[in-house]
Design a protein around this ligand. Sequence first.
Ligand SMILES: [Ca+2]
Ligand SMILES: [Ca+2]
Ligand SMILES: [Ca+2]
Ligand SMILES: [Ca+2]
Length: 508
Amino acid sequence: MFRLYYNLAKKSTLIVFLGLFLFSTVVEAKIPNDPDYSKQQKIWQQIGAEKAWDYTTGSNQVTVAIVDTGADIWHGDLKNNIWTNPYEISDNGYDDDGNGLVDDVHGWNFIENSNDIRTSVFDNTDDPDAINHGTVIAGLIGAVGDNGQDGVGLSWKVKIMPLRAIASDGSGSYVQVIEAVRYAIDNGADVISLSMVGFNDDISLKKILREAYDAGIVVVAAAGNDQRSGNGNLNNIRHYPICMDVDSAENWILGVSSVDENDQLSKFSNYGNCVDLFAPGQNIFSTQRYSPVYGYNKEFDGPWKGTSFSVPLVAGAAALIKSLRPDWSAKDIINNLLKNSDDIQSKNLDFPNDVGFGRLNIGRAAESALDGSQITYFLPKEKYYFKGNVIFTKHDEINYFFADTGDASIITLAAARSFNNKLDEVYSLTKRNNYYYVQFFTEQGHRWMEKAVPTTDYSTKKIPTGIKIVTIDSQRKVQLEFTEKLVKKGKKTTNKITIKQYGWLDQN
Ligand SMILES: [Ca+2]
Ligand SMILES: [Ca+2]
Ligand SMILES: [Ca+2]
Ligand SMILES: [Ca+2]
């Protein structure tokens, strides 16, 4: 870097710093435009969500399986964030992906054994709370944010995989839960949300949840709501799956219970050493099962309460961290959420040693996830080169198509290898008509962003001739350095441009 400056300085003494002034998009706290956000804001602020959204609002590369009563996948504020099985063709009556389930395009209904995972509303004996349950949870994890409709989920962008394993009267058996977890593992879930409790320490369920954890999936489970009946202490009466890891050396289930708006244990919350983390579980507003013909006439409402709704806040938090650190294991994500939680012991003196690691603070967790990211740089020519508007990559002396830059021709490339050398990022400086742009590519060659280069008078006097990455800091602020040529005088000068981008490369 300094050598480059030195060389340039010999040709021209003019060094222009742009960037921070023109390019940076620093915001203090990200507030979405959704009309019902005000009903949720207190909860989101309590867990630091607005700060987290400065770093990431999620990624559609992250999948959260919700094992519950199903979900309203046609709901206007959910439908764009529902997972789709890429290997299954819809409605052709054929099991295209060969998993034994016909037309399982958006998950599976293990209760009625069908591909209809919208919670059934027809039976009068059903419990309306159970019918809404899965959709309330889905909305807390991933209602679309900043779309001017209803509220938001913790991830504004995510893939929700609804798996119906609880019937519409609120009951279920481990058999269906096990099948649902199997499905989540086989179909690439990153997080599994389990707002349910049972009383058997079932070996098969324990085995498959451990398999999920070992596959990198964060398993989040509810504590239950039995405190009022005197059975709230899980040290005395164990509930499952939350307590399945409590005798294990490793903390492989993220056990969650509920606090009120003052960080005091909710009066209904179970507690004890099966609980790792607390999150708000009262005054919850979210999306609901919408079917006005059958009396379900509110798309968004509340207040809901229960440890059931603390779970998706933590599951959603795990999804946000995964969007920032796709390289992290389940253990890494769990540890990150635990160590960055807020100590709430002083507010719960009646419960010594029963408040786990504290209350979820996703703002601090997101910030911490990006600290110390090991990012190294390499010359793009080691791996990437271009011809015209096409970028190629080299593996073992063989050249492969990597990406194209659309209608913009490439001037030069830059590349970085980030997150402990696991993922590449590629940048191209391109030209379209008289304008210059930086395009950003993921490791998979997906062009996910294009930014205009704010050079001065470049259409007439200067053209960018080189691009080089100067730094990428812990907040993924990319600083690019351009060499510019003054066309008329044949002189070069340097432009330093800062492009601030929060969050992991998204493939939207
Ligand atoms: Ca299938
Ligand atoms: Ca099919
Ligand atoms: Ca919304
Ligand atoms: Ca645990």
